[in-house]
Design a protein around this ligand. Sequence first.
Ligand code: HEC
Ligand code: HEC
Length: 362
Amino acid sequence: MGKMERFSFVALVAGILFFLFADFISWALPMFVLKDIPKKSVQDLVAEAIAKNTTAWSDFKKLAMYYPETFKKLCEYTEGFSGATEVIKDCKPNEKTFAKALKIGHRWYVAEGCWNCHSQMVRPVSNETLRFGIPGVSNTVSYPSEYKNELQAPVLWGTKRVGPDLIREAAVHNIGWQVAHLYNPLYTSPGSNMPGYPWYFTKDKNGNIVPNERGLSLIAYIMWLGSWEVKPPKEFRIEAKASETAVPGATEAETAKEEKVATVETKSVKKEEKKADGQAIFQSKGCAACHQAAVDTVGPSLKKIAQAYAGKKDQLIAFLKGKHEAIVDPAKFGIMQPQLNTTKVLSDEELNALADFILKHK
Ligand code: HEC
Ligand code: HEC
């Protein structure tokens, strides 16, 4: 009995000591690791992105090109809240405008509480690099020096993952997807429980969804996340399949349910149409993210496209090969253009099936 008592006492004291030691390690160790790494300002980060020509920088230039009016407003926009107090005269994508957008985007990311549902850290456990890392690249675990900068403060590691980790988001989706998703996540991610953020958008006179100054900035910030790790010019975003991107944050059970729904739908469509090919290509290349059968979402409905191209199948195929200009909604061609990298490389047979599938929707 006495021996047992002695043993449990030793175990208790050791337990307490280990607890204190672990506690010490968990705050002291990161502190020592980060001590000598200088904290980067937004200006430093922007200069680096431009010098290295990262995807964040090219995406920002694209945002400016796709949404020129919003971009102009961004130059004039001031906001004490995010420290963007300067009106920028030289209104071009440059260090100043990029820094301004990132600052605003970062502040609104914090203010909206996106971090309640999204973490920003890929850990070296549980195959997280496969789930949240750069697709096709295995070694994309987060490392301390990534976080020593103004755009990661306050600490945005998050506590909970209702949605996927975002620290490698730059590699995952393109601008068109981000715009559609932020406006209404259900446009791109069936079953998503992420709320829509329509107050970051306006509609132009044609009814197109256009991000406002803050929306453009928020998207620039999201697309900056992890851009320092992405090595273009591989077609790094385009190959993501609709089925893979549909509900990335869902649990396995939910994904299985989603897949079931998807197969049921495909089956019923198959019964109606024998050309399953075109449909399959359309689904697997992610076209459905922006094109619905009968309603206009990010892109025009298939019905509208089919009507515009009625009797002009060759011209439609030429468009998909990147050899014919847009006729349906040329003002929004900027969103569609990157998708042509996907369709261009299809075989003639595949393009034919795809065109048949689209034209069926007349
Ligand atoms: C209530 C929880 C919740 C909140 C709040 C939330 N999200 Fe999400 N988010 C999700 C879920 C769930 C998904 C996965 C399904 C989807 O794609 O919509 C997701 C997906 C995303 C994705 C795509 C990630 C990927 O790689 O597929 C981005 C980008 C994103 N959210 C950005 C944001 C931003 C920016 C905010 C704040 C303005 C935000 N989210 C707020 C739950 C949330
Ligand atoms: C990120 C959103 C997005 C995705 C993904 C997308 N599109 Fe589009 N698409 C658009 C927008 C926006 C337009 C309107 C601009 C235009 O007419 O070119 C469009 C237009 C079109 C048009 C009409 C072209 C014309 O003459 O105006 C066709 C055909 C088309 N898309 C086919 C496809 C196919 C096939 C895929 C899949 C490989 C695809 N789209 C994926 C957004 C998208």
